[in-house]
Design a protein around this ligand. Structure first.
Ligand SMILES: Nc1ncnc2c1ncn2[C@@H]1O[C@H](COP(=O)(O)OP(=O)(O)OP(=O)(O)O)[C@@H](O)[C@H]1O
Ligand SMILES: O=C(O)c1ccc[n+]([C@@H]2O[C@H](COP(=O)([O-])O)[C@@H](O)[C@H]2O)c1
Length: 204
């Protein structure tokens, strides 16, 4: 099966920021830029999810969220992808498996804010994710402690790369993960949804 994906060269390291992006915001842009720099990545792809399996509320239509992401990202090494919709996958473990088969010569790193690490052990086949690709975790306001004491952090304590080693995350063999204390942005999609109809802004 052929998928529409950004162009890559063999050996490149691609950071995947999976998310609902409902709507996207400067917090996403900020952690993507930090991840590029801090983890030695060649590219970052925003994987716009058809719907987070753990969230009861369905997100806005995928096309609207894709358009909003494209409008927000303006960087030569960052791309927006609807890969999960193309592949028919929702669970990250499955998406990664299909993506690695589609691009066997690319090294993938899964990126997430600290809030996601705190609940990673609730994701389907979460250990498979950690054993499959390195994880790059970025600080988020109010979540640093919950992430550090989370089950995933405890179980995989032995695989944590600290300090300057985070530069080599993309070259590391899984399981490997880093937590980086980047400057934080307090913004969230929840806050923006509560502030008004963002879709009208995208279409205007
Ligand atoms: N301000 C932020 N700082 C650090 N990480 C963030 C920030 N905003 C989002 N992220 C991370 O980006 C990824 C996608 O997040 P998502 O699209 O769910 O945005 P969100 O603002 O967390 O949304 P919601 O408020 O609807 O839960 C997740 O890994 C999340 O942890
Ligand atoms: O695979 C799972 O069980 C799973 C459970 C919760 C979230 N995820 C993924 O985590 C990413 C962040 O989700 P969200 O909604 O917090 O932006 C997104 O790619 C989701 O598909 C994945």
């Amino acid at each position: 099966m052929r998928y529409q994906l950004p162009h890559t060269r063999p050996g490149q390291v691609v950071g995947l920021l999976g998310g609902s992006f409902d709507p996207p915001h400067q917090g996403h842009v900020h952690i993507s830029r930090e991840a590029l720099r801090r983890f030695g990545l060649d590219q970052v792809w925003w994987l716009v999810s058809p719907g987070n399996p753990l969230k009861a509320r369905g997100p806005a239509p995928l096309d609207d969220r894709m358009a909003a992401c494209r409008a927000m990202l303006d960087h030569p090494r960052m791309f927006v992808s609807d890969f999960e919709a193309q592949a028919g996958t929702r669970f990250t473990a499955e998406s990664l498996c299909v993506l690695q088969r589609a691009r066997p010569k690319v090294r993938f790193v899964w990126l997430m804010g600290a809030d996601n690490l705190a609940q990673l052990d609730q994701w389907q086949d979460w250990r498979d994710i950690v054993e499959r690709v390195p994880l790059g975790v970025l600080a988020r306001p109010g979540q640093r402690i919950s992430a550090r004491v989370s089950k995933a952090a405890r179980v995989y304590r032995f695989a944590r790369l600290k300090g300057a080693k985070s530069r080599f995350l993309g070259q590391a063999e899984a399981p490997a993960w880093c937590f980086v204390n980047v400057p934080m942005r307090g913004i969230s999609s929840t806050e923006l949804r509560e502030a008004g109809d963002w879709r009208r802004n995208v279409n205007n």
